[in-house]
Write a protein that binds this ligand. Structure first.
Ligand SMILES: *Cc1c(COP(=O)(O)O)cnc(C)c1O
Length: 386
């Protein structure tokens, strides 16, 4: 297929688009129709209906996303959590056991710890940077291993190749949440993962204006997950499909800018006397730097840091910056700043946060596409203010 040999930038714009274009439309139109004319015999999952995740907007997006990550198939979902939960509930059956990276995204962590046991699924958390400790946690009924490309908010990079090798050795299904890396920086399927998951709310859409998710993998696997999702009802509305489709076209431009900008901001913060510690995979001081350098094409747009002045200084900084908005979520064109202990990790106890390495004054920054110099000047002024 000609699409396969093209660069990711070209695939983002052209892969999966209808040929010939519908009524000549350069941009894929929105098919705002819940139901579609049936001609002849069609099975339940193949009647076109928005909830069945098979309208023209769903299909074109699926083809584009599959091409972008070098996979057979992809499925868009109503949110990142819809992608994650329907996948876990498809892969895991009662009596199965899951190995999952500790320090998961909050929603995933809650689902694994609070909901999966109710479905008869056991789990254990692994230190994803220490593959030699995984074997002892594996059980005869272990079915799958679940990791994240870059973790939140410490932006750790696990031993991802080891997770693939471990899954192959023990015939487990390997799953990865690739949200923080995006396919520009890391393409898990090409490195041997079975399933790549995204909150498309973040980089893939990139404009902080919709919630969406993606499942990418082998065609038969994605088909099974789609059928499960059809029952749960987590489909993406066609208009949100349109926005995601539009966002995807500029993914390469946005993420490459964010990679460069975040690296320069991380270097600036590291050189500032007001800053105690900077977490960014692009810095040599970062524990996952060598792994990220080996596998990633860029280090991403997310970083976190601790200030000399601790919690109080962090609160002042968030108040004083004038460009990044204090808001949860990430990966969009607008820079966003948060204090995880007060937002994404507020549900944990102070002890749990300390065990996870999340200082009370840790600041997380999602670097947008504003001018790097402006963001650095804004941070400098906020750090210097007395
Ligand atoms: C936001 C996020 C999710 C959940 O996605 P939603 O679109 O909010 O449902 C899952 N994983 C990661 C890493 C995220 O950042």
């Amino acid at each position: 297929m000609k699409n396969q040999t093209r660069a990711i930038d070209t695939k983002l714009v052209h892969a999966g688009e209808p040929e010939p274009r519908i009524a000549g439309a350069v941009t894929m139109p929105v098919f705002q129709s819940s139901t579609f004319h049936v001609d002849g015999d069609v099975g339940y999952h193949d009647q076109r209906y928005i909830r069945l995740n098979n309208t023209p907007n769903h299909q074109v997006l699926g083809q584009k996303l599959a091409a972008v990550e070098g996979a057979e198939a992809a499925l868009v979902t109503g949110s990142g959590m819809a992608a994650i939960t329907s996948t876990l509930l498809t892969v895991l059956a009662p009596g199965d056991h899951l190995l999952a990276q500790s320090c998961l995204y909050g929603g995933t962590y809650d689902f694994v710890t609070q909901d999966l046991p109710g479905y008869g699924v056991q789990f254990d958390f692994i230190d994803a940077e220490k593959p030699d400790t995984w074997e002892t946690l594996k059980k005869p009924n272990t079915k799958a291993i679940y990791v994240e490309a870059i973790t939140n908010p410490l932006v750790e990079v696990a031993d991802l190749d080891a997770a693939v090798a471990f899954a192959k050795k023990h015939r487990l299904v390997s799953m990865i949440d690739n949200t923080f890396a995006s396919p520009i920086n890391y393409r898990p399927i090409e490195r041997g993962f079975d399933i790549s998951l995204h909150s498309a709310t973040k980089y893939l859409n990139g404009h902080n204006d919709i919630v969406a998710g993606v499942v990418i993998g082998r065609a038969d696997m994605v088909q099974r997950i789609r059928h499960k999702l059809n029952h749960y009802g987590g489909s993406l509305d066609p208009h949100a499909c349109f926005l995601l489709h539009r966002g995807l076209k500029t993914l390469a431009l946005r993420v490459r800018h964010q990679n460069q900008s975040a690296l320069r901001i991380a270097q600036f913060l590291q050189s500032s006397p007001a800053v105690d510690k900077v977490n960014y995979p692009g810095l040599e001081s970062h524990a996952g730097h060598q792994r990220a350098k080996r596998w990633f094409e860029g280090f991403g747009g997310m970083l976190s840091f601790e200030l000399e002045g601790g919690e109080q200084a962090a609160a002042m900084l968030v108040e004083r910056v004038t460009i990044p908005l204090s808001a949860p979520s990430l990966g969009g064109v607008d820079s966003l700043i948060t204090i995880p202990a007060k937002s994404s990790h507020a549900g944990l106890t102070a002890d749990q946060r300390r065990d996870a390495g999340i200082a009370e004054g840790l600041v997380r920054l999602s670097v947008g596409v504003e001018a790097t110099e402006d963001l650095i000047e804004d941070l400098r002024a906020a750090l210097d203010a007395k």
